[in-house]
Design a protein around this ligand. Structure first.
Ligand code: PGA
Length: 253
């Protein structure tokens, strides 16, 4: 069985000092949680202070984006070795906010996924449809295109090191969550696609997380769905108590 992953996407929140405080609080609160992988993803400038705060704990560190080159004249960008140096094990790629505000495409996501894997970072690859696409019954087609795009040219050995986050765009930061059934259906579809492409045993190693207005009030029901292997949490990850409750809701009894 997959170990659930709960990842906190802090987005553009928390200065270095604030990140240290939040990460320290989480370390204390989550010290006795077993069998859930907890990843916090602060902004780049707060990675090092968050890393210091979670030393000697099982909490893991992730970044929210990266560029695919190792180094070079790419003003404003951050490379995979820089993330590794800051202590990251994960990197979120292709988040819908990156796709819509910063022109990320399936091709750029694919280049980043390949580069992350080459350097030993686990990519958390985000996919999800917009409201008008869901209403036009295009959810499966959109998600399929994004999954195919992100996994282009990858083999099973690479694919099994990835994590997918299904985040319907209409549920992100809106307070509107997909119902557990709606989410489960898409998760199942994603797993079928991965199974066809990479084989069942590879697919069984890939966690498919749900994201989009996950809160302590709805997380238990979501985490109890058979195809939901964790959550990517935005707003509710900025509050230590809420995030702790979400993490605890993922502990399988
Ligand atoms: P939200 O964000 O939990 O605030 O909806 C989730 C995400 O964008 O990863």
């Amino acid at each position: 069985m997959r170990v659930p992953i709960i990842a906190g996407n802090w987005k553009m929140h928390k200065t270095e000092q604030e990140a240290f405080r939040l990460a320290s609080d989480l370390k204390r609160r989550l010290a006795n949680v077993e069998a859930v992988k907890v990843v916090i993803c602060p902004p780049f400038t707060s990675l090092c202070s968050a890393k210091k705060a979670i030393e000697d704990s099982k909490l893991l560190l992730g970044a929210q984006n990266m560029y695919w080159e190792e180094e070079g004249a790419y003003t404003g960008e951050i490379s995979p070795p820089m993330l590794l140096g800051a202590g990251c094990a994960y990197v979120i790629l292709g988040h819908s906010e990156r796709r819509s505000y910063f022109s990320e495409t399936d091709e750029s996501v694919n280049s980043k996924v390949k580069s992350a894997l080459k350097f030993g970072l686990s990519p958390i690859i985000c996919v999800g449809e917009k409201l008008e696409q869901r209403e036009a019954n295009k959810t499966e087609q959109i998600v399929e295109n994004q999954v195919e795009g992100a996994f282009h040219d990858l083999d099973a050995g690479q694919a099994e090191k990835t994590v997918i986050a299904y985040e319907p765009v209409w549920a992100i930061g809106t307070g509107r969550t997909a119902t557990p059934q709606q989410a489960n259906e898409v998760h199942l579809y994603i797993k079928e696609l991965l199974s066809l492409r990479f084989g069942k045993s590879c697919c069984e190693k890939i966690n498919v997380l749900y994201g989009g207005s996950v809160k302590p009030e709805n997380s238990t029901e979501l985490m109890n769905m058979p195809e939901i292997d964790g959550a990517l949490v935005g707003g509710a990850s900025l509050d230590a108590e809420s995030f702790e409750r979400i993490v605890r809701s993922a502990v399988r009894s």
